[in-house]
Design a binder for this molecule. Sequence first.
Ligand code: PLP
Length: 376
Amino acid sequence: MTPSPKPGILDISLYVGGRAAIPGVAKVVKLSANESPIGPSPKAMAALSAASHDLQLYPDGSSRLLREAIGEVHGLNPDRIVVGGEGSGPLLTMLANAYLQPGDEAVLSRHAFLVYEIITRANSATPVMVPEKTTNSAIKVDVEAMLAAVTPKTRIVYIANPNNPTGSMLNREEMARLHAGLPKNVLLVIDSAYAEYVTAKDYEAGIELVTRHDNVVMTRTFSKLYGLAALRLGWLYAPAAICDVLNRIRGPFNTSTLQQLVGAAAVRDRDHFWASVKHNSQWLPWITAEIRKTGLRVDDSAANFVLIHFPPPGAEGAKETGGEKTAAKADAFLSQNGIILRGVASYGLPNCLRMTVGTGEQNKLAVSLIQQFMAA
Ligand SMILES: *Cc1c(COP(=O)(O)O)cnc(C)c1O
């Protein structure tokens, strides 16, 4: 006999993050992990240097200063914010640990962020995958189909809004419709990792829903627009009863003093915030339009990346157009030229690549290489 993990854990496929290096290529442009091309706020960096004192002291276990900064900026009660010192991933894990039991079901969309499936299986619960609706420029969560997948066993419904890797979003009305159709004992988890980038007027990140209802949680991260992926910091906004549950099971010192001080400075720097939004709003449409000119399908995105569709292997007409233009071949060509995009086969999208909005120079280089690849 050997120790065996809980049922479901060995059904989990290992999570592989975006590649960061190409063997034999010295200088690479990494557009594979939705990181910020702007980097962190100068004020956050100053806070980091200033915070390197008193490292012998335990941090404030309640992360009060950080929760107050977030509350101040977003107009939220700090008592209903829980922060997490390993990014927003572990906050999602804590929710699954607290609310899923063996035999329960969690509903998620087919091409949702992979973490939801992992944390569901880790709790011996069953992920129920619901196909999205596909149009000619979007793969989008199908609200009615999600609701139809809810059974008496359902405990959690996960939505990333906007979703990674599809880039599509649900608007306020669609999300409210999803929530309204759920039984009151089902928790709706809205992962708003890319909320800061969304400029659509009819978008609601989840704050209104959490404020009004007892069964909705919104998670956020400092890894994307705030340019602090290396810091590993996330937060969530939830009803008081859910915060109480999470505060009982979280690590007693689950954020460091450095994370608290840097996070607070970052969230308060609204100039940096708007500069990052502006950069993205400028380049996202440009990248989308330029790549579409090659004939490739690029989905509409509300976030800081685009999903590019390539013809499947063996597609008709490949011979006449100078060989197959598959995602794998494009990826290989771009890699040889120092550009790393994200293959998304593990998300059930084997013929797509995801490209993060980079600096202006990086975007131009990546786009011109994709144009060369398609013209060859
Ligand atoms: C990047 C991302 C996150 C954030 O992860 P962290 O653990 O906070 O770095 C969460 N959800 C989605 C959908 C993401 O793409």
